[in-house]
Design a protein around this ligand. Structure first.
Ligand code: ZN
Ligand code: ZN
Length: 264
């Protein structure tokens, strides 16, 4: 095996050659770029990032009633309607972007177009929302939303697991790629009501038996590509808590928020 530095130097040394063979292009519009692994400025500005005015429990962006008066940071936290009615299962959501036309295109190309080379960039956008843990602290476990083995076989990869791996490389936690298992194939949850979603997911996601000891007492970051209704993540959180996990936060690349991200 090559020594680490040498491998790195070799990779850096080869970069101009790689760029010559595969000129860096923006994955959204195909325009030329200065270097691999990013977006062009125009497409970057199409991505919608969550702002500062968010729900104190789930970090969902809140509409600002009076745009002249931005909420004061010192103010009591405000809650969205859902969290106001009932506290969420999770302990917070770190979303890289708000789901819109641009983030949708990136996710489609990553997940269904199998452009797994996008994973480092998507994870970099997500990681901006996650704090760095202190070196003397026990890092949180990065656990991806699991795929059913048949789905995994069809797709060839678990998109959330690749994001979790990149987040671990960026120092956001310790990767536990197989903390959860999906025992049941679930249909697409889009269009189903809350009760139907819960029935479809009942017993579908469990902690992996061999990972119970690892999960017990740990803080977890559940990694997902797109956070939609929250039914799947709730099923994952129940399974993680069953295994004794403490604080469970969600990290996703794109979050669907009604009334936001409607630029498409
Ligand atoms: Zn572009
Ligand atoms: Zn909320």
């Amino acid at each position: 095996m090559l020594p680490m530095n040498f491998a790195l130097e070799l990779k850096q040394g080869l970069a101009p050659l790689v760029d010559l063979l595969y000129p860096p292009r923006c994955p959204l519009c195909g325009d030329g770029l200065g270097q691999q692994g990013g977006l062009c400025v125009a497409c970057w500005s199409e991505l919608e990032m969550p702002g500062e005015h968010v729900c104190g429990a789930c970090q969902k962006p809140l509409p600002i009633a009076d745009t002249d008066e931005l909420p004061d940071a010192e103010q009591e936290p405000q809650y969205c309607e859902i969290c106001y009615d009932e506290a969420p299962l999770h302990d917070g959501v770190a979303a890289g972007t708000i789901y819109n036309a641009a983030s949708r295109k990136l996710i489609l190309s990553y997940k269904h177009g199998k452009k797994i080379a996008l994973a480092p960039m998507l994870a970099r956008i997500m990681s901006a929302r996650l704090e760095q843990h202190e070196p003397d602290e026990t890092p949180p476990l990065l656990v991806p939303v699991p795929l059913h083995p048949i789905r995994m076989w069809q797709r060839g990869f678990n998109q959330s697991a690749l994001l979790a791996r990149e987040l671990a490389k960026l120092g956001k936690g310790e990767l536990l790629v197989d903390g959860l298992v999906r025992r049941k194939m679930t249909p697409s949850l889009g269009g189903l009501g809350q009760h139907q979603r819960e029935t479809a997911l009942s017993g579908a996601i469990k902690p992996r038996r061999g990972r119970l000891a690892k999960l017990s007492g740990r803080n977890v970051i559940l990694v997902d590509d797109v956070l939609t209704s929250g039914a799947t993540s709730d099923a994952c959180i129940r399974a993680l808590r069953e295994a004794g996990a403490q604080n469970v936060r969600i990290a996703c690349f794109a979050r669907v928020v009604e009334g936001f991200g409607t630029r498409d």
